[in-house]
Design a protein around this ligand. Sequence first.
Ligand code: SF4
Length: 364
Amino acid sequence: MSTFSAKLIHWQKLHGRSNLPWQNTRDPYAIWVSEIMLQQTQVTTVIPYYLRFLQRFPDIESVASSSVDEVLALWSGLGYYSRGRNLHQAARLIARDQGGIFPRNFEVIQQLPGIGRSTAAAIAVFAYGEQRAILDGNVKRVFARCFGVDGYPGERKNELLLWRKAEELLPESYEGNQIEIYTQALMDLGATVCTRGQPKCMTCPLQQDCIALRNDCVARLPVSRPRRPLPEKETVLLMLMKQGEVLLGKRPATGIWGGLWCLPEMPVGEDAIAYCMQHFGMKVKPLAHMPPLDHTFTHFRLRIHPRPLQVVSYPAVMQAREQDETMWIMLDDALEAAIPAPVRKLILQHGYPQSGQLPFEKQR
Ligand code: SF4
C-alpha cells in the first residue's frame, strides 16, 4: 500500500465520518441518490433531503413509476434541478432496460443520465467494492494542494494530470474494505480538513507531503477558474393572488428552472396591470410592495422584481389554460410543490411577512 493511501486510511478510521445516512449500506440505489445529491451540495444540506427522498422513493421502481414532478417536489430547494430530472430519467431507463436492477457494470453506470466518471466510480466503490478512482471537487482541491498542481483544475491538461494521480494513488490491497475506507477518507478530508477556506493543515495526515503547505501557497491552490464577470439580468415575477391561492405556471423542460412550477414571468418595464389583462384576461390590483430578490446562477445573476397582485376578476377562458400549464394553488401547498428556491422565498415573504418562515411543522 502506498504511504499516501495508508496515511489516509489510518486517518479515516480515527477521524473520518462513519454514520452518514448513506453509509454502511451496499444498496447501489441509496448510494446513487446520495452521490447525486452531494454533487455541488454540502453534507449538512443534503441529509434532510436525502432522508425525505428515500422515505418517499425507497427504490428505483418507486422513482421510475412516479412523475418527474413528484421527484422534483422533493428536490425543491436543493438547487441544480437537472440532477433530479436526470435521476428520474435514469430510473426509468434502468426499469426499462435492466429490469429495475441498478447496473453492475461500470461502463453502463457511467452512461446513465447525470452520472459522470467520478460519480460512477464512487457508486462502484461503495456498492461493489471496485478499485476505482474518484475526482470530485473536494478531491481535486486536496490533490491540487498536496501535489502542487499550479493551474486551474478544470483545464483539460490539469484535469488529466489529477486523474492520473488519482489512479496511481489507489490502495494496492484488495483486503478489508481498503478502497471504501480510502475513498471515504478523500471525501472526508476535502470536506472537513482541506477545506476551501481556512484548511486545518496542522491536523492533516498529509502535512508532511503537502507541496502547497511547504511552499506556503495553500490559499492560492487550487487555482480559481479564470474570472469573467457574470452577466446580470432582470425579470419580473407576478404573484397573482386569489382567495389565498397563487397562480403557478410550469416552465419548459429546458432552460432555467426547467420543468419546475414558477410564478408567471413578465418583461421588465411593462405595466403589470395591463399585462395581466392582455395575457390572462384578469383584472388585478396591486398588493403591498415587495423588494427585489437577487439570485445567482452558474452563468449569470438574476434580479427578480416581485409584483404581488390581487385578482379582482377572473375569466372563464383561463380555466382551459390551467389544465395543462398553469395551476392555482394554496400558498402552503405551493411550498410542497416542485418550485425553485427564489419562488419559495417570495412565497414565504408574501405569506408570512413577519418572520419570513412557515409554522414549524411546515418548514423544510
Ligand atoms: S496540509 Fe493543508 S493544504 Fe495540504 S492537504 Fe492537508 S489540509 Fe490540504
